[in-house]
Design a protein around this ligand. Structure first.
Ligand SMILES: Cc1cc2nc3c(=O)[nH]c(=O)nc-3n(C[C@H](O)[C@H](O)[C@H](O)COP(=O)(O)OP(=O)(O)OC[C@H]3O[C@@H](n4cnc5c(N)ncnc54)[C@H](O)[C@@H]3O)c2cc1C
Length: 408
């Protein structure tokens, strides 16, 4: 089957909080933007029933409700959505390719916002009971189906304890397997206090799952192993919820984008990856705090940086490299007096060579990306370009005579 090709300014991989925010910024900048999401638009935030710490919602919001608002806003700014799995990427060069089963999407910029997926325990029998067979990662999605039942929660972080408490509204009993000593939990103190006081919650300390057991169709118990004694204990449950952290969705970027050992993408503060024109934002990148608020911040930066990158690409290709006339580029920084005092010299040069040499001024404070493309790290500097190639570079002391010598 011949694959179709579609062209965009920006393709965003992943439709969680980060990708949707990047979409809002790109769409609002009138960039032709496509967002590709393989499952539910809204991402991991839709897994949680209540988000209480996202600013602007003093009464809290459901994760799903909040993400629906994000999507509505992105759509309002013209972002197109495609529900499919990105299977591969080619990111080198000016035209990036994002590959799906039926279509190759070409883009000048790619924003990776593929987030993370829940970590598994690795216990025996786990693969057999994932999702609709009894092992869940989403209390919001599966709580109602557990009304009147006994469920187990694995983990003691914020997500485990807060989602566990939400489950008590439906289930008769919520048993929490905690790997630490009695009373020690990884969640915040408020959640800990509330959970310990909740009569529907029961804690089994110093334990980890050793095996998930049940019938062909459904889980009916978890074998817990005591981390101190090694003793095994089978606990009958109707469902088990895993909240033991996340792993990044970065398999398709391996050996392409720089990442750390666990696979989180490495970016700078502008969300730039190691490849020009490729940005990463949200939970998929290495950072201190993975939350909706920080995913939004990352997405905003990535969207803004993408817009800047495209504007600079246009100046670089059309005005600087694409000019029929030979040209000089004066790179300066408006806050540096030694740069400002050269402006009359550049003006005099421009006047003298009008119609023969094109002069472009680049303030590197605003357009550092252009300086990078011209390989300039110090200003003031003058670059002479002819036949679409850099011919000469002048730094240090700059005078009219020296610029004239540069173009000879
Ligand atoms: C149970 C739970 C409770 C939480 N509670 C809170 C809370 O109260 N407050 C808070 O601020 N944060 C909370 N978080 C964390 C918050 O949800 C995340 O930090 C946030 O959703 C990260 O957004 P993201 O866009 O970076 O990634 P994600 O939300 O993970 O979105 C990434 C998206 O990319 C898609 N994707 C991945 N690979 C591909 C591919 N190859 N092709 C196409 N699409 C792809 C995924 O399907 C996913 O939808 C909670 C998380 C969970 C799981």
């Amino acid at each position: 089957m011949e694959k179709k090709t579609e062209k965009y300014d920006v393709v965003i991989i992943g439709g969680g909080a980060a990708g949707l925010t990047a979409g809002i910024y790109c769409g609002r900048a009138r960039l032709n933007t496509l967002l590709i999401e393989k499952s539910l638009v809204g991402g991991l935030a839709t897994y949680t029933n209540e988000i209480e710490n996202y600013p602007g919602f003093p009464d809290g919001s459901t994760g799903l409700g909040l993400m629906e608002l994000f999507q509505k806003q992105a759509k309002k700014f013209g972002v197109k959505f495609k529900g499919t799995d990105v299977q591969g990427v080619k990111l080198e060069g000016d035209v990036k390719v994002v590959e799906t089963f039926r279509t190759n999407y070409e883009a000048k910029v790619v924003i990776v916002a593929s987030g993370g997926k829940p970590r598994l325990t690795g216990a025996k029998g786990e693969a057999q009971y994932l999702y609709d067979k009894g092992i869940s990662f989403c209390a919001t999605c599966d709580a109602a189906a557990n009304s009147g039942k006994t469920v187990m929660v694995i983990g003691s972080g914020d997500a485990a304890i807060e989602e566990g408490m939400f489950l008590t509204k439906f289930a008769d009993k919520v048993i929490v397997s905690v790997m630490h000593d009695e009373g020690i939990m990884d969640c915040n103190e408020i959640a800990k206090g509330q959970a310990l006081a909740n009569p529907k919650m029961e804690f089994i300390w110093n334990t980890m799952p050793d095996e998930f057991v049940g019938t062909e169709e459904h889980l009916n118990g978890v074998v817990l192993k005591n981390t101190r004694t090694g003793a095994l204990q089978t606990v009958p449950v109707d469902s088990c919820f895993l909240f033991i952290g996340y792993v990044p969705n970065t398999e398709i970027f391996r050996d392409i984008l720089d990442m750390n050992r666990p696979g989180y993408l490495l970016t700078n503060e502008k969300m730039e990856t190691n490849i020009p024109g490729v940005f990463a934002c949200g939970d998929v990148r290495e950072k201190f705090l993975k939350q909706v608020a920080t995913a939004v911040g990352d997405g905003a930066i990535a969207g803004y940086a993408a817009e800047k990158y495209l504007a600079e690409s246009e100046i670089f290709e059309d005005q600087i490299m694409g000019s029929e006339l030979p040209g000089i580029v004066f790179l300066w920084n408006a806050v540096m007096p030694e740069c400002r005092c050269l402006l009359p010299v550049v003006e005099a040069f421009e006047e003298k060579y009008k119609g023969q040499i094109k002069v472009t001024r680049v303030d590197i404070y605003k357009s550092k990306g252009l300086a990078d493309r011209l390989n300039i790290s110090e200003v003031p500097a003058v670059v002479f370009i002819k036949d679409k190639c850099i011919q000469n570079v002048l730094t240090g002391e700059i005078s009219l005579e020296k610029i004239e010598a540069l173009i000879k």
